[in-house]
Design a protein around this ligand. Structure first.
Ligand code: GLU
Length: 294
């Protein structure tokens, strides 16, 4: 891929940024900046039941406090419903997607498989249904910039990802691919908790006629109990009043070995150091543990 580097940080606004999200944001920022690329912020606000305006404001404020300044205007997925709907129409028309009326209970009872060959199952107009991607039954492989060759078998039907939920919300799997294509992303740098979503995303990008981006999956930051930092595990919000300390810790979590004196510098200075010394090969492969007070 020879297009100019474009990368992004794409948080879902379920809460304020925590140390784990800073590490992801910083990795994507430095990777883009070290290559002279553009770095965009996209708010993945697809689920109003779990997300809030307040979280959006806090996330953007936190990024600013850490001098993680983005290019172009922030994209909000909540403003992109028409495009997602049009993509679904196209996929349905090409039979790359199908309407699925199965309930979670039914799916569980059938070991995750759709009863009665769901994709061909007739259903009444107006009956609530999800839209699922018809995965190709084949093996997906791709080269991860950190993890090396990745291989996963796509099992049609059982794992067919939901593109639009029965409740009418567009799914992450659809929106992330549509927007990465539309925003001409060349590089995806994100947490390895999303590794398993990659094959379906590659499959969807292929069906939409797009070239696949490069991927770099970084280790997930865990707490002292080994749980991924998240709202569910009560990860504390980043303290925006100590951005330099946070950035130095995040650099260290990414294996970048910042000199200890750096934490007394401004966030801008620390980011300049990070960009000049960015060495993705040094990122540890395994989960990093969060520092206690981040
Ligand atoms: N919105 C997703 C999240 O917050 C990240 C999407 C991605 O980087 O692909 O976990």
């Amino acid at each position: 891929m020879n297009s100019p580097y474009r990368g992004r940080f794409a948080p879902s606004p379920t809460g304020p940024l925590h140390f784990g999200s800073l590490v992801t944001g910083l990795a994507s920022y430095l990777d883009a900046r070290a290559r002279g690329g553009r770095w965009l912020v996209r708010i993945e606000d697809l689920d109003p039941l779990r997300e809030s305006e307040e979280a959006v404001t806090r996330i953007l404020r936190s990024l600013e406090a850490h001098a993680l300044n983005w290019d172009e205007s922030v994209r909000f997925q909540s403003e992109r419903h028409d495009v997602y709907e049009a993509t679904i129409d196209k996929l349905l028309a090409n039979r790359h997607a199908y309407r699925c009326i199965c309930s979670r209970k039914e799916l569980n009872e059938h070991g995750g498989r759709h009863p009665h060959r769901c994709p061909e199952r007739a259903h009444a107009p107006g009956q609530p249904h999800a839209i699922r991607l018809r995965l190709e039954s084949s093996t997906a492989h791709w080269q991860d910039r950190l993890l090396g060759l990745q291989q996963q078998t796509l099992r049609a039907e059982r794992d067919d990802p939901v593109l639009k939920r029965k409740e009418g919300f567009y799914a992450y799997q659809l929106a992330v691919v549509v927007d990465d294509i539309d925003q001409r992303m060349t590089d995806i740098v994100r947490g390895s908790d999303l590794l398993e979503t990659t094959p379906a995303q590659l499959n969807l990008a292929h069906l939409l006629g797009a070239q696949s981006p490069r991927y770099l999956h970084i280790p997930v930051i865990v707490n002292a109990d080994g749980q991924k930092l998240s709202k569910q595990t009560h990860a504390p919000a980043l303290n925006d009043r100590q951005p330099s300390t946070n950035l130095c810790r995040a650099l260290a979590a990414l294996g970048q070995q910042p000199p200890s004196a750096l934490s007394g510098e401004t966030p801008e200075h620390i980011l300049a150091w990070g960009r000049a010394h960015w060495t993705p090969d040094q990122i540890p492969l395994n989960c990093a543990t969060t520092p206690d007070s981040a």
